[in-house]
Design a protein around this ligand. Structure first.
Ligand code: PMP
Length: 419
């Protein structure tokens, strides 16, 4: 008799770090958490949501909003979403930013999960940035996938390294197992770096060069979760605006720029992937909460969303400045970091000898001082080509209260200075 009834997937799946990090934060209200990527509490659009929901429920649309909807999502929200991304991309081809290719999901996290499931079987390979979004690594681990990590430069992935890895996979006869490249392209989680449009295009060109040897398309999964959380006016176009849009799966979210509690996300997908992902979503939940989709659709249509966004951008820019000012004052000079231009994170790199992992003295000492960060090691996929780095910290200024940001950094600085 088998000792467990659990599936192979369940047995493979470790406890996601995000779950215990968030629980640690919620269980210890006195702990200053610079860890979990919570959004800013003070600027959540409570009044805007109240108006929108009141108007919605007072109108004839109130009843359908409390009813099941369709798997692909509310028609108006799909339309407004496609138009919004299209205008950000300054792109004229309506076949690319097409509402029919736009799928509303329960957070963009669901899109990442469903897309991975639609493309990958156990043993398949996914290319990721080194480091990458650690929750995505949970998805690949759970599905029994192998990751190969592509080094990063200040403006995104290192194209020479991407080519080198693709060539190695080709030589080893492993390209038929390669399905996609996953990029967190705007103010990356965890490093805060943005991949330039030119690099995205060049990466797609490279992937295409290797498709013949792979025997199938190789997709770019572009995760644009932080795109709208920029501190400056300039926006980088997405990979949908390249000539390779038929190989691009674009993941976006309304969590960060509006309300993370609503968890409304979306994808813009090539038609064949859209069909596969929508079918799997049908089995998952046959549609994201209609009420929450209506909240977003109406916030977008009324202009409440557009009005709220710049306030939020200024708020996060101010919180980022609070954090970097405190880092400048309290961290030893040997710790390197960069001023974020958007997003929620500062990536702090200690010298290699200073380990920062969950089991390190530093992490434990920080906890004792009442401050929590995300150990950098969690953000690195397993890759036999290199040792997993363990000397970095992801520091989030998203959820912490204003006064707690310098306080938390000061405590962390003390721990770092103690050596
Ligand atoms: N992608 C990245 C890079 C993220 O950081 C997050 C949230 N931490 C998500 C996707 C998922 O966010 P949501 O499901 O709320 O859209």
């Amino acid at each position: 008799m088998k000792k467990t009834a659990l599936s192979e997937l369940a047995r493979r799946t470790g406890e996601p770090a995000i779950s215990w990090l968030m629980k640690l934060t919620l269980d210890h209200p006195k702990l200053i958490s610079l860890a979990a990527g919570f959004t800013d509490n003070a600027s959540l659009p409570v009044a805007e949501a109240q108006t929108v929901l009141h108007d919605l429920l007072a109108s004839p649309a109130g009843r359908p909003a409390l009813q099941y909807g369709s798997t692909a999502g509310d028609a108006l929200l799909r339309e407004l979403t496609a138009v919004r991304v299209q205008s950000a991309d300054g792109h004229r081809d309506a076949r690319v930013h097409d509402p029919d290719r736009t799928l509303i999901t329960s957070g963009s996290q669901q899109l990442l999960y469903l897309t991975t499931e639609a493309l990958c079987d156990p043993g398949d390979i996914v290319l990721v940035e080194d480091p990458t979004y650690f929750v995505f690594l949970g998805i690949t681990q759970s599905h029994g996938l192998h990751t190969r990590s592509i080094r990063m430069e200040h403006d995104g992935i290192d194209l020479a390294h991407l080519e080198q890895v693709l060539t190695e996979l080709k030589r080893a006869g492993e390209l038929p197992r390669l399905k996609m490249l996953y990029l967190v392209s705007y103010f990356q989680n965890p490093t805060g770096r943005t991949t330039s449009f030119a690099k995205k295009r060049a990466a797609l060109e490279l992937l295409q060069k290797f498709e013949r040897a792979a025997g199938h398309p190789i997709y770019l999964l572009e995760d644009a979760a932080y795109r709208e959380l920029r501190f400056t006016a300039t926006d980088e176009r997405s990979a949908l605006a390249t000539a390779f849009s038929h190989r691009v799966i674009y993941a976006g979210t309304y969590s960060k720029p509006f309300a993370s509690g609503a968890r409304v996300g979306f994808g813009i997908l090539p038609p064949e992937i859209f069909t596969a992902v929508a079918r799997i979503k049908g089995n998952h939940d046959f549609g994201t909460s209609n009420l929450l989709q209506q909240l977003l659709a109406r916030a977008l249509a009324s202009g409440a969303y557009a009005k709220h966004l710049p306030l939020l951008q200024r708020r996060y820019a101010a919180k980022a400045a609070r954090m970097t000012n405190a880092i400048r004052e309290h961290f030893p000079a040997e710790v390197r970091w960069a001023e974020p231009q958007g997003g929620l994170y500062v990536w702090a790199q200690a010298p290699r000898r200073r380990t920062t992992g969950v089991k390190s003295r530093l992490f434990q000492a920080a906890l004792q001082q009442g401050v929590l960060y995300v150990p950098g090691e969690l953000c690195y996929g397993h890759d036999s080509a290199r040792r997993r780095p363990n000397h970095e910290m992801r520091l989030s200024f998203g959820g912490a209260k204003d006064a707690d940001i310098p306080r938390g950094i000061e405590r962390l600085g003390r721990v770092l200075q103690a050596g």
